[in-house]
Design a protein around this ligand. Structure first.
Ligand code: ATP
Ligand code: MG
Ligand code: MG
Ligand code: MG
Length: 437
């Protein structure tokens, strides 16, 4: 991608209403534009990162056995009357009336709709266990939309819903999502800690929030320090029996403010391991049994021919919020430092003299070689001054910067910089490509 043909509206200064660093950097890096309070347009650079995060979430859901579908953003109010949540949900729900005076709403979550889909088709226990997920825009009319995509009103969520014949099976489904979440966040370079959580308006009795520690987080959390550095289980686990992995995490103390028990924290956790911090909720999983299947009559015939209400769980990831969380965790004074797995481009090729045919030729050859090796490349072919180009490259956080100027062309070398460490080396292109990997 040539920067001269791209759309990257960077800003010198962050607008004064952007209070936290991730919001400031997303605006400065030309990733988003606010259209209304808590409602954003995703500009090309922001969209590329959003798509990559979405894809990691999707792959880890599928690995854990969940199946993707796509439900609409608009839902009928009558469906929510069946569960009793239409009146209970309150002002966070955006309610809409169509030209036929039918009451609709812009979905804040999808328990009712997925239960309706399930009961329409699934009649036998033989179809279970089943886990269906989608990645779709949600709307919640937040009282205080703020911090950019961190607390939007319109935001992208992955939500999965599991259906099982009994509680024991539903807990296995819960464990699969628990482990999938650990792997998902680790792949994005995040340390997310599962913490005992309140179930709120979703309901149920078993629930964990996945929390990324950050001073700007909106939740107060309490946990054993050992949980923060614990490596993710990885893909190579027995997906049918994850209880030991889950127990290994949940036996250490970790709780959000609503669930915190100071006495238990002190007795369970050694002095030096007690961590009280702020955190960002990037995921939330629930087991809620028959809370929706009972009122909505989602039943299957069991092995004995008797109809039984299915046991359900739901599992959310804040896909758009994750951009903010990753930037909060990975930036410096010069800008964003994208982890490789979510970076909008793998490499930026910086042309130091865009009016010099020899330099242009060398740059184009480098871009071509990198792309042939499967790398995504942003090519800064603009006639801006070198200082401005370096500042932009640092700001937008692309993991590798490959700079080519007249001197390097004469000597047959390029300059390679790793954004995260700032380490620079001067070397021939093929060696630079080896370094990039
Ligand atoms: P919060 O406590 O931050 O309001 P929540 O508990 O209301 O979030 P859930 O219903 O658990 O949210 O939704 C699943 C996930 O969706 C959350 O863990 C979070 O990552 C994300 N999310 C929720 N609300 C927002 C929002 N307003 N903007 C961006 N992401 C959000
Ligand atoms: Mg909320
Ligand atoms: Mg919450
Ligand atoms: Mg939650």
């Amino acid at each position: 991608m040539r920067l001269s043909r791209y759309f990257l509206p960077t800003l010198k200064e962050a607008p004064s209403d952007a209070q936290i660093v991730s919001h400031q950097l997303m605006l400065r890096a030309g990733m988003i534009k606010q259209e209304a309070a808590g409602i954003y347009a995703w500009l090309p650079l922001g969209l590329r990162v959003l798509n990559r995060i979405e894809q990691i979430v999707r792959e880890e859901q599928e690995r854990a056995g969940a199946v993707e579908l796509l439900m609409p953003t608009l839902q009928l109010a009558d469906l929510w009357r069946e569960s009793g949540r239409y009146d209970a949900y309150g002002p966070e729900m955006l309610r809409i009336t169509d030209r036929h005076e039918r009451e609709l709403l812009y979905g804040p979550t999808n328990e009712e709709m997925i239960t309706d889909i399930f009961r329409g088709f699934v009649k036998s226990y033989k179809a279970l266990p089943l886990n269906l997920f989608h990645i779709q825009w949600k709307f919640r009319d937040e009282r205080r939309p703020r911090f950019g995509v961190m607390r939007g009103r319109e935001f992208l969520m992955k939500d999965a819903y599991s259906f099982d014949i009994d509680e024991a099976s539903a807990r296995r489904a819960y464990n699969r999502m628990f482990v999938a979440y650990l792997n998902t966040f680790a792949r994005m370079g995040l340390k997310a800690v599962p913490m005992r959580a309140d179930t709120g308006p979703i309901g149920g009795d078993l629930s964990h929030e996945f929390i990324v520690l950050a001073d700007t987080g909106e939740s107060q959390v309490f946990c054993d320090k050992q949980l923060v550095e614990m490596p993710a289980p990885g893909a190579d686990v027995d997906w049918n029996d994850l209880q030991a992995i889950v127990d290994g995490r949940t036996s250490l103390y970790a709780a959000t403010e609503e669930m915190h028990d100071a006495a238990q924290f002190e007795s369970q956790t050694a002095d030096g391991d007690r961590l009280t911090a702020r955190g960002i909720e990037v995921g939330h999983i629930f087991y809620f049994g028959t809370k929706y299947s009972a009122p909505m009559k989602a039943k299957v015939a069991g092995p004995d021919g008797q109809d039984t209400e299915v046991h359900m769980g739901s599992y959310g990831v804040g896909v758009s919020r994750l951009l903010g969380a990753i930037i909060e965790a990975s930036h410096d004074d010069a800008g964003i430092i994208w982890p490789d797995a979510v970076a909008p481009f793998d490499v930026v090729v910086i042309n130091l003299r865009a009016n010099d045919p020899g330099v242009c030729e060398a740059c184009e050859a480098a871009v071509e070689a990198l792309e042939a090796a499967g790398k995504s490349v942003l090519y800064d072919d603009t006639d801006e001054r070198p200082g401005g180009k370096f500042a932009t490259a640092d700001l937008i956080g692309i993991p590798w910067q490959l700079t080519i100027g007249p001197k390097g062309v004469a000597e047959g070398v390029v300059e390679l910089k790793r954004r995260a460490s700032g380490e620079k080396s001067t070397l021939p292109l093929d060696q630079a490509m080896e370094r990039i990997g």
